[in-house]
Design a protein around this ligand. Structure first.
Ligand code: GP9
Ligand code: MN
Length: 624
């Protein structure tokens, strides 16, 4: 044992130093929020697997070079830390490969780089310097490394990684498949592993993009053109040059609208809004793993999210020339997003640039205190209230997107904010849901009142929609009790309805009962503003067009039409009974498949970069 220890002394010392140094950097240079002891523990162990793995490679070097390799690997590791520390000082974010190559980011960094490097940063290299200087004097013996020993190092690294990911998964299920946030990835799997993960993700996207060519978009353009519905001339341009306020209502499902719990209304404000808005009770969310970010993507591009992961994360470097903020920008609009969360959550800071947003008011624009926050952060009421001062300063007409937060799982609320008491089933999540929904409803009501007081209401149109479900299928028992019916797969599909309101001050209300989805929002909004979408790529259709296709596709290939619901490989009639003749669903299933494939193709191949350039089949021009 002693012999092994002395043989590997430099390797072991370098491992411990780089490990501890990374941990110290986490604590001193990054602002990583830890919610419990388990998270602190994960943070502590997470550098170890990659440190062992990287340093392990130096063991393959010849005995003469080995110690120098160990020092070199430590130097590279320290440099990665140093680069992240400097980058974090400017961007409060971790380096991601495409970001590094985005010229504007590097230029930002370039001009201020000297002020971002602190003299104490030298300490990041202190141990490596000491090792390098001491190396010639240490007279470490050259030695042969046995294959078995190398195998042991790698086995330990892999085991550590498995333990790390295992623990992280218990804290954050689907961490790696869903990709939430760089901060979370660093917190749960460590900086080095995060960089490897990022590199894999980016290379996959790069490869798919490289193999794509301009001819692929032609079929898709034809398909889209064939499905285009002309807007109703009475509605086209009705809100031209008005401000647009879009409110994403977190986890709001349609089943609470005009419903009561314990005899009390759950959404009194929204119920009133039904009366003087276009209200769509058969409107579905179409999100998948990317949750809120998927809903944002779908409704601003009229394309589908991806089958796994979040487009916001995996393909933020794509070109989105038809994204609604961009199209509105070309029509004189100023666009802004309000969301009181970390800007890097769902990679929003990067993606919003790609979508053409002018401004993102993230958590740093808000004053968040323990009194005004709960769960995920700033309470909706304060969020809306604090946003108004910014909204006032936006150049008009503006497009302002609001993303609420309070009605997010686990639906926590302070007692003083409970307007209606929790429900009384066995299921705490469902019980609390009604109470937080009621809270959100009240916050939106106050926001509307405030805008009216400030004279900011008349000149705007309002679009309010639920981003995705809040109550998953794990809560079917309580849901079945609430709805008074069994939750079959057919009912589960019905529960994917989220409310949509299009509120145009001065216009009467109307219930629009067609089957529709988030994919239809972009053409609908554009046409209200008098912006044509005929020559853009889109998979949805104007909800005011005379012709409605009454067809909504779910990300898993399921769909809903006026007559059928297809979900979990079963074809149902509109009344919930199983269709006797399954083939009635087939043509729709085929169309769903085609549309999803087309949308995926665009995203994987970054095909919109070829728009207007279809004759260029090699992809060489306009490739960047
Ligand atoms: C986070 C918020 C909620 O910023 O959008 O995300 P979700 O978990 O609903 O996707
Ligand atoms: Mn959400």
């Amino acid at each position: 044992m002693k012999k092994i220890l002395s043989k590997y002394s430099l390797f072991l010392v370098a491992t411990v130093l780089l490990w501890l140094k990374t941990y110290i950097v986490y604590n001193l240079a990054f602002d990583i929020e830890l919610e419990n002891k388990m998270e602190s523990f994960i943070l502590f162990i997470n550098p170890l697997s990659s440190v062992l793995l990287f340093l392990g490679f130096s063991l393959f070097a010849s005995p003469k070079l080995r110690n120098r390799m160990i020092v070199l690997v430590s130097l590279i590791g320290s440099f990665i830390l140093f680069a992240n520390v400097v980058y974090y000082r400017e961007f409060t974010d971790f380096i991601t490969i495409p970001l590094l190559f985005q010229t504007n980011n590097m230029a930002d960094l370039g001009s201020s780089i000297t002020s971002l490097i602190h003299p104490t940063d030298v300490l990041l290299f202190a141990d490596v310097l000491v090792m390098a200087v001491a190396l010639p004097f240490l007279k470490l013996k050259t030695y042969q490394v046995k294959k078995k020993e190398i195998a042991l190092v790698f086995a330990t690294a892999i085991t550590m990684f498995a333990v790390n990911v295992g623990l992280a998964e218990t804290e954050r299920p689907q961490l790696l498949t869903r990709t939430f946030d760089r901060e979370m990835l660093v917190k749960y799997i460590g900086t080095f592993n995060y960089h490897v993960y990022d590199a894999v993700l980016q290379s996959k996207a790069k490869a798919q993009r490289a193999f794509a060519d301009g001819s692929e978009i032609v079929d898709i353009e034809n398909y889209v053109r064939a499905n285009h519905e002309e807007p109703d001339p009475k509605m086209f341009g009705i809100a031209k040059d008005k401000n647009v306020v879009l409110i994403s209502m977190e986890s709001l499902q349609n089943f609470v609208i005009n419903e009561k719990v314990n005899g009390q209304e759950i959404t009194p404000f929204l119920n009133d809004l039904v009366k003087d808005s276009y209200y769509f009770p058969n409107f579905y969310h179409q999100t998948a793993q990317g949750k809120t970010s998927d809903s944002e993507f779908i409704l601003e591009n009229s394309m589908y999210g991806l089958p796994s992961g979040a487009v916001f994360f995996t393909h933020a470097g794509n070109q989105f020339p038809n994204a609604s903020p961009k199209m509105m920008g070309e029509n004189g609009y100023y666009s802004a997003v309000f969301h009181p969360n970390n800007k890097s959550f769902w990679n929003r800071d990067v993606m919003y640039d790609s979508l053409g947003y002018n401004k993102f008011y993230d958590i740093d624009s808000f004053s968040v205190t323990p009194e005004n926050s709960i769960g995920w952060g700033l309470k909706d009421e304060y969020f809306f209230d604090q946003s108004v001062k910014y909204l006032k300063t936006l150049p008009e007409p503006y497009y302002a997107k609001y993303i609420t937060l309070t009605n997010h799982f686990p639906f926590s609320l302070k007692q003083e904010d409970e307007i209606i008491p929790e429900w009384n089933s066995e299921d705490g999540t469902v019980n609390r849901y009604f109470t937080t929904v009621r809270y959100m409803d009240e916050s939106i009501k106050k926001f509307f009142e405030r805008l009216k007081e400030e004279g900011m209401y008349e000149d705007s149109i309002f679009i309010l929609y639920g981003d995705h479900y809040g109550i998953s299928e794990n809560h079917n028992e309580a849901m079945s009790k609430f709805l008074g019916k069994e939750i079959t797969p057919y009912e589960s599909a019905q529960l994917q309805k989220v409310p949509l309101f299009i509120h145009i001050p001065g216009q009467k209300g109307k219930v629009m009962d067609q089957v529709a989805g988030q994919i239809d929002l972009k053409p609908t909004i554009m046409h209200l503003l008098g912006i044509d979408t005929k020559n853009t790529i889109k998979f949805g259709n104007d909800l005011f067009a005379k012709n409605q296709d009454n067809f909504v596709i779910f990300r898993d290939g399921g769909f809903v039409t006026k007559d059928y619901v297809y979900t979990k490989s079963t074809c149902y009639n509109a009344d919930g009974t199983e269709a006797e003749d399954k083939s009635v669903c087939e043509p729709y299933a085929d169309r769903a498949k085609t549309e999803l494939e087309y949308s995926d193709k665009i995203i994987y191949g970054d095909l919109l970069r070829f728009l207007g350039n279809e004759q260029n089949q090699t992809g060489k021009v306009n490739n960047e």
